[in-house]
Write a protein that binds this ligand. Structure first.
Ligand SMILES: *Cc1c(COP(=O)(O)O)cnc(C)c1O
Length: 288
């Protein structure tokens, strides 16, 4: 499998112009930032590896992408979760359903601490140094695009989980990379950067309110619908709604704003939206 350079769209959101890098459209099965992060493992010979082992939540985007990778490479995939709700078990949906279809072996319990020679362990969310390989390609696509468009002053934004994508993008881009923490707080995100590299960290934009990952916030749902209505692009509800709230606020308050162009990286993840939207409708009695 190979994918082409993802395209860049120009959008207008609340009367502000932005560009959007459409990594959600990279490939129908292997897309978003997980495709970038795992590209190294896709492209390289896995040297006799027979099984990939990872862990995290039962609805993780990384889990789904690893299931695709293992299927393509014809290797086994063990995925550890600390807990699996009986609801999800009985009503499989989203990433969980698709990963099971791809042959994932889901194990409820402790992640092993030691591995055999033919096993490859990948830490939660794909926070691994090998991720730099695919993210450098993303950075090169952005540099080429900016050059072609004669853009010299660019601010690039993407929301972070483990921060791996933002970290390596900043390493390979001559533009400032901005991000916001979505999974832990800003301190956690900084620790994540430090676990992988010593320096050249992206800028973490402050949030006005504290959010807990995976919880439902009515403003996230509203931002999702607003984005869909104004741009015709479906964004993810876990990262992008918060990301856009933070990024729009930053752009609005930026001095010399008109000197800059703004690029948002769409990192995929829309497979989980269906069940999130059902939860929102149930909790807030949304009409759609
Ligand atoms: C995984 C994911 C992220 C977070 O990526 P990190 O590299 O862990 O920061 C952001 N957005 C989407 C849609 C994702 O699937």
């Amino acid at each position: 499998m190979d994918f082409l350079n993802s395209r860049v769209d120009e959008i207008l959101l609340n009367n502000q112009k932005y560009f959007v890098k459409r990594d959600d459209l990279l490939h129908k099965d292997f897309s978003g930032n997980k495709a970038r992060k795992f590209y190294y493992f896709l492209k390289n010979d896995l040297n006799g590896i027979e099984k990939i082992i990872s862990y995290g939540s039962a609805q993780s985007n990384a889990m789904y992408s690893l299931s695709v990778l293992c299927k393509l490479k014809n290797i086994k995939f063990d995925y550890y979760v600390s807990h699996l709700s009986s609801f999800l078990k009985d009503n499989p949906n989203g990433n969980y359903k698709e990963a099971i279809k791809n042959g994932m072996n889901l194990i409820v319990g402790e992640t092993p601490k030691a591995f055999k020679e033919k096993e490859l362990f990948i830490s939660e969310g794909g926070a691994v140094k090998e991720a730099r390989f695919g993210i450098e390609i993303l950075a090169n696509e952005i540099k080429d695009w900016a050059k072609k468009e004669n853009i010299e002053k660019l601010k690039v934004f993407l929301p972070s989980g483990t921060g791996t994508t933002a970290l390596y993008l900043q390493r390979y881009l001559p533009f400032e990379v901005l991000t916001s923490s979505c999974v832990g707080n800003d301190e956690y995100l900084k620790q994540q950067f430090k676990a992988l590299e010593k320096d050249k960290f992206p800028t973490i934009l402050k949030k006005e309110k504290k959010y807990h990952f995976g919880k439902l916030y009515v403003e996230f749902y509203k931002k999702h619908i607003e984005l869909l209505n104004q741009t015709n692009i479906e964004f993810d509800l876990l990262y992008d709604s918060l990301g856009w709230i933070v990024f729009e606020n930053y752009v609005k308050n930026l001095q010399n704003q008109s000197d800059y162009k703004f690029l948002y990286i769409h990192q995929g993840g829309v497979l989980g939206n269906k069940s999130m939207i059902e939860r929102y409708k149930f909790k807030f009695s949304m009409k759609s």
